[in-house]
Each structure stands twice: as C-alpha cells, then as structure tokens.
Design a protein around this ligand. Structure first.
Ligand SMILES: Cc1ncc(COP(=O)(O)O)c(C=O)c1O
Length: 407
C-alpha cells in the first residue's frame, strides 16, 4: 500500500485551510454606515478616514486611496516624472502589474535579477542596468519582505533616481524599525482579494512628500488640483479613486491587522525552523534589517536532488494531493507573451531584447526552486502549520514510491 496520497495513500491533511479574505468585526456595521450616509464615493468622510488611518499605520505623513495597486503604480510613476521612453528598473520575479504599470505609462521596464536568498531585487546588479534614460527604481517587497532599501536608496541618491516601493504585498512590513512605503519617494499598496489587508479590490499610495501626494491626487482625481474648483482640470488625469464601501472595510480591518500579522509571523517562524530540518527544503532568508516581515506568502526553496530528482512541479502535485495548497509562483516576467515585442514596432525598447534575456536566479526560482504557500495557511492554528511540516516530511520520506519505477 503506497503512503503518498497521489498514489492512493491517505492524505496528510483532509480539512481545508482557512478561507481568505475573512469578515472582520465591525465591517458589517461600517458598510451599513456608508450605505446610510448617502456618500458612497468621492468626498466621503469614510475615504478620508481610511487615508488618515492607513498613513498612520504605515508611518507615513500622507496616504491617497486608489482603486487598485496597478493604477497606484502608474500614478506613482507619472508623479515621479517617468515619461514615454524612460526606463524603469524592476525585478522580473514579481506580479505582472509591476511591469505592466511601466508599459501603461509608455515607459520601458528594465529587468534586474534577484537575490538568491530573499528573492528580492539584488542591489549589486542595479547599477549595471542604469542608462541615461533610466528615470526610476521600483523594487518590490516580494512576499511581504522589504527589499534592501538602504542599498537601493543609496543607488537612487547617487544617480538622482526616485525610488518607488511596490509594497502591494507588504502592509505593515518594516525595514530597520520603519514601516515600508514612505522610506522611498512613494510606496504603492494593493488591497485586492488575496492581500493581507483586503477590500476585494483597492490600492493606496503613501509618502512623506506633500508636493508629490498632491500631484498623485491630480492624476487620481480627473486632473483636479486640491485647491482648485470642482470643474477645473489643470493636468491630464483619470478617475482612479477608491469607493467608500471599500474604504470602510479597510478601516475596520486595520483594527485586527496587527494581531493577524503576529499570527502569520509566529507560524512562519515555526515553518522556517521545522522545514529547514527536511533535506532539500530551504526557507527564504529574512534580511537582518527586516524588523517585520508582512508574510504575504510563505516561500521555500526546493532542491530536486534531495528528492530523488523529483521536479519542483511534480513535488507541488504530490504536496497538493497531501492536502496542502501550494503553488509554483511566478515565471520570469520577460518570458510572458506580452514581452515578445518587435523593436521595429516599439522603437522605445531599442537595445532591449526581452526574448534573449536570461536572469539566472529569477529563472531558477521560477522554473525549479520556489514553492509558495499562501498567507491564509498561516492564519489558522498550530495544527495547520504542523500539517504542512508533516506533509513535506512525508513526501521526502516516501518520494521513492514515485521515483522507483521511473526510468
Ligand atoms: C507585487 C505586486 N504589484 C502590484 C500588484 C497590483 O495590485 P492590484 O491587483 O491591486 O492591481 C500586485 C497585486 O496583485 C502585486 O502583488
């Protein structure tokens, strides 16, 4: 009788993991208040309240609520002066929006490789990618772990480049005791369904720079200026505002976010310790300057050699059959069909052939190594995380059942 569930054995876990997003105390009442207020959108005090509270939470002077985290990146790029044809340095191991937001403002994403231990943008490789047309650096705090902001800001200062933090996954994360977002020039957040702070959809920008947040306001709000009249439009903007219902959901959830973060962190630490004991499993490292990891994803590195040569993708199938929801995560963004751009039709990408790009650490992570467990698995009890450890150890112990008859 085989042990592995994929071959007919008993799964390590039969119950589902906690669902996400989860309703939080106060959210229903908050939604009702908005409903009855008659102010469901622009001008609603619920939106202003959320902006105030979110700025405080991220230790920023200003926050602006936006309809989603892709639009907030586009606004951040425009507010930092990125124009058509300008280059923006980003990692290729991230969600597509980091790159598509750059393309949406007609600028050029320039991909730089990641650090093999953290999967965050590798600062040592940034300078070689800077050209006279580089106009911004856009690190991503991947999985909720802040990128190396000291090193990236230093490069930004030296080359007079603004730093936009893509903090879509990093609510509440801290670098050297300071919350991310306003450490760089602007920080962009997402409140899409999967995020640790969620309203189904939503986004925000934070900064300490008053002039910059005012420019963002104009792009977000149809080109209006704060001191101008309602029908006065000085620049080209769109409607990228957040609605009041979402703002109310978010404000109510801020009350429990710190407690949720502690729970995720506790369980992630436990997984780090226990999974490290399994041969062939290496959790990502947390940089010593990261004083708080937002734990949006739990990522470990898988070494097929220690599993009898079982590929990472097959390992994921086996672990899923054991009842553990996991995922292989991102593939290198430059391999997306979107980047099969013909330079004759897109002259601004001249000199950049995405099809020939090879970033070895990004490719190893995407193709062979990374295994993701979503944050909702960290939101349960010790039993949930214990089941993850048991299932991974079980696969390691019985992997021979799968590989025995393989030629
Ligand atoms: C790293 C990163 N950047 C940007 C985004 C875009 O956010 P949204 O889905 O709210 O547009 C996301 C999330 O989905 C993300 O994970």
């Amino acid at each position: 009788m085989p042990h592995l569930a994929l071959l007919g054995g008993t799964p390590a876990r039969k119950q589902p993991f906690p669902q996400w997003p989860q309703p939080r105390p106060g959210q229903l009442a908050a939604l009702q208040q908005v409903l009855e207020s008659g102010k469901w959108g622009v001008g609603s005090p619920f939106i202003a309240e959320f902006e105030k509270r979110f700025a405080e939470f991220q230790q920023a002077k200003y926050a602006l609520a936006i309809c989603n985290g892709t639009a907030s990146l586009m606004i951040a790029l425009k507010a930092c002066g990125v124009k058509a044809g300008d280059q923006v340095i980003i990692p290729a191991y991230t969600f597509i929006a980091t790159a598509s937001s750059v393309l949406m403002v007609n600028a050029v994403p320039v991909f730089v490789d990641i650090d093999p231990e953290t999967y965050n943008l590798d600062p040592a490789q940034i300078e070689a990618a800077i050209t006279p047309t580089t106009k911004a650096l856009m690190p991503v705090h991947i999985a909720g772990q802040p990128a190396n902001l000291d090193a990236i800001l230093e490069i930004g200062r030296r080359h007079h480049l603004p730093v936009i933090e893509d903090a879509a996954q990093a609510h509440g994360a801290e670098w050297k005791g300071r919350r991310v977002g306003a450490i760089g020039n602007l920080g962009s957040f997402s409140f899409q369904s999967s995020k640790n702070l969620s309203a189904g959809e939503g986004g925000a920008l934070v900064t300490d720079d008053k002039a910059l947040i005012d420019v963002c306001f104009s792009y977000q709000n149809c080109g209006r200026v704060r001191e101008g009249a309602w029908y006065e439009h000085r620049v080209l903007g769109g409607n990228f505002r957040l609605g009041a219902f979402q703002a109310a959901l978010l404000t109510a959830q801020l009350a429990t976010l710190t407690e949720d973060m502690q729970r995720r962190d506790l369980h992630a630490h436990y997984l780090d310790e226990r999974l490290r004991e399994v041969p062939g499993i290496k959790p990502l490292l947390v940089h010593p300057n990261v004083t708080r990891h937002a734990r949006h994803l739990y990522i470990f590195r898988y070494d097929a050699e220690a599993f009898d040569g079982l590929s990472r993708d097959r390992f994921i199938d086996v672990l899923r059959a054991e009842g553990i929801y996991c995922h292989k995560g991102y593939t290198p963004l430059y391999r997306e069909q979107l980047f099969s751009l013909d330079p004759r039709q897109h002259p601004w990408i001249e000199g950049i052939n995405y099809r020939e790009l090879n970033l070895p650490v990004t490719e190893r992570a995407g193709d062979e190594e990374a295994v993701w467990i979503p944050q909702s698995a960290l939101m349960g009890t010790e039993k949930e995380v214990e089941d993850i450890v048991k299932a991974v150890a079980k696969v390691q112990m019985h992997v021979g059942e799968l590989t025995a008859n393989r030629e």
